[in-house]
Design a binder for this molecule. Structure first.
Ligand code: HEC
Length: 104
């Protein structure tokens, strides 16, 4: 029971810490997002002509996972985004996800 409580409080701490860091990193995400605008639009609204989907307001964890999957190129292949993703590290993807999830 005691160890369960400890695990739980650790989890709560980790969760609050991660949402805190996400909020702070959205500014850097905005900077990184400039290179995505050509296809996904200034507000992430998407662009049918580019077949680029709307990504604004999507959950941050989903955006981050898609970026990781597309970059890995195993379960999700997206050649047009590869040149951009190859320059992003894990933190960049988190920052981008934090920013995009708040777009309306
Ligand atoms: C050259 C055009 C282009 C650029 C630049 C581009 N994307 Fe994309 N993106 C696409 C297309 C096309 C798709 C959908 C293709 C597919 O089925 O995977 C896509 C899919 C996505 C998805 C998955 C959406 C979903 O609902 O599953 C995310 C997230 C995403 N892009 C984010 C980004 C971010 C962040 C950047 C900038 C670092 C970026 N894209 C740059 C064209 C682009």
């Amino acid at each position: 029971m005691k160890s369960r409580l400890a695990t739980l409080s650790l989890l709560v701490f980790a969760l609050s810490y991660s949402s805190l860091s996400l909020a702070q990193d959205a500014a850097k995400g905005a900077e990184l997002f400039k290179q995505c605008i050509a296809c996904h639009g200034e507000k992430g609204e998407g662009n049918p002509a580019q077949k680029a989907p709307r990504i604004a307001g999507q959950h941050d964890w989903y955006i981050e996972k898609q970026l990781q999957d597309i970059k890995a190129g195993i379960t999700r292949k997206n050649p047009v985004m590869m040149p951009f993703l190859s320059k992003l590290n894990a933190t960049d993807m988190k920052d981008l996800a934090a920013y995009i999830s708040k777009l309306k």
